[in-house]
Design a protein around this ligand. Sequence first.
Ligand code: ADP
Ligand code: MG
Ligand code: ZN
Length: 506
Amino acid sequence: MLSIVHSGALRGIEVVDVTIEVNSGERGDPRFIMVGLPDAAVKESHDRVFSALSNSGFMCPRMRTTVNLAPGYIRKEGSFYDLPIALGVIQSTAQVSMKLLDEFVIAGELSLSGTISDIRGGIAFSLYARQNAKKLILPPKSAAEAALVEGVEVFVADSLANVTDFLSGGTPLARAVPVIKDLWAADRNYAIDFSDVTGQLVLRRAVEIAVAGGHNLLMIGSPGSGKSMVAKRIPTIMPRPSMDEIIDIINIYSAAGMSLGEGESCFRRPFRSPHHTISSVGLLGGGVIPGPGEVSLAHNGVLFLDELAEFNRATLEVLRQPLEDGEITISRSSGKVTFPCSIILVAAMNPCPCGFLGDKAGRCKCSPGQVAKYRSRISGPLIDRFDIQIDVPAVSLADLCGHRRGECSADIKVRVERARAIQNARFKDTETTNARMVNVRDGCPLNGTCQNLLDMAMKNLHLSARAYDKILKVARTIADLATSEDILEKHILEAIQYRSLDRIFF
Ligand SMILES: Nc1ncnc2c1ncn2[C@@H]1O[C@H](COP(=O)(O)OP(=O)(O)O)[C@@H](O)[C@H]1O
Ligand SMILES: [Mg+2]
Ligand SMILES: [Zn+2]
């Protein structure tokens, strides 16, 4: 008898259709055959399934049984199919009639005793089930994750016996509840705060604008000027993510088999700071089974590249296009996989090899040639991707020893979130930020005075067309932070200041 179970295969962060057909009672010697591009882990499911069947009170087939994972051209990886295969075997050997089977998408790994372990990609399965108007049966943790997606009925698979009973019309399985949802509302406590940073008003202001408008930020300054210190405090002022953004974030981590952290930390925007020795695959994504890189793990959050000049230059160059597009596509012989990477890129570097160029005490002994060579590690077009570029001077002794503490993170965050709310209203809740504005000239209308001011700056500072757009977008964010409907002269003037490096690099 033939039975059919609906499941899915994870492709990057998406689930694609996989149907499990089990046919039992064919002629021939009593063998268990699996076809349809299974990898080693899938092939091993034979042993787990048979053990789980007998330990759950079912019989293992004594007849020839064929399992076909369709469609055949998709490579099946991992242990997603244990549970659907076991159900297919039970149904096809007529041990239990599961009349509800067709309504569900099912995935899960079986233990030898018949309990069910978690799989990757709970959210991806949920999105897939919703799209195909199916209900979902998943292992406990995967189910809790899947339940975050609205409009899908998710049931918790606790044991093979219970799932079988449920599908044959018996005792219902428990519905999955997204327990972590409540934690979203809770305010976070961080051990660090912006009030730890004394002085550095320009730097603090630049970070606030960057986070408020989603702008990429480059900090250039001597060692000890507080670049890393400030960057580490960015999470404390990042705006709260929307539910859709959270689902996107968790989907990436779950599909990669990574944990974003338990409980409440699932509901933060990510902040990733990979070391400069990271490989190209580590930063951009890839691998035999294509997985997300740091740039995608930072999706909807911040990617911080400290000591930018130490990163592999070729790798950084590849980063340019994804930064612009907000997604990165990885091509493999098995097909293409796309990961989102809508990020704020924050980077820090020294101004020269020794780090003290421009130092008042004259500590820098680097030759102009050495400085030029050092800077050439970062290409002009990459520098151009930073909407905000600032020189960070060494913190003055007076500031450092002064007891005036800086403004605290909570107060900054209020302004950031207010500016984000204005942007949400402007872009009709599409979660676009000013930095990702498509039609800049229409989105940032200028009055005559402002237009003249900008034109003059373009001419005198020899700014590129890209710089022109960036200045407009940053000026828009500055206006939003000031809750000003119009972009004013002072907003343009401030935005122009953040392009200081255009002149040094070109
Ligand atoms: N503005 C500042 N306020 C308070 N401490 C500071 C400030 N700038 C630097 N520091 C101190 O100097 C240390 C080194 O700063 P760091 O952020 O590592 O500098 P950079 O990354 O620019 O080399 C910090 O850990 C902090 O103790
Ligand atoms: Mg540093
Ligand atoms: Zn130097």
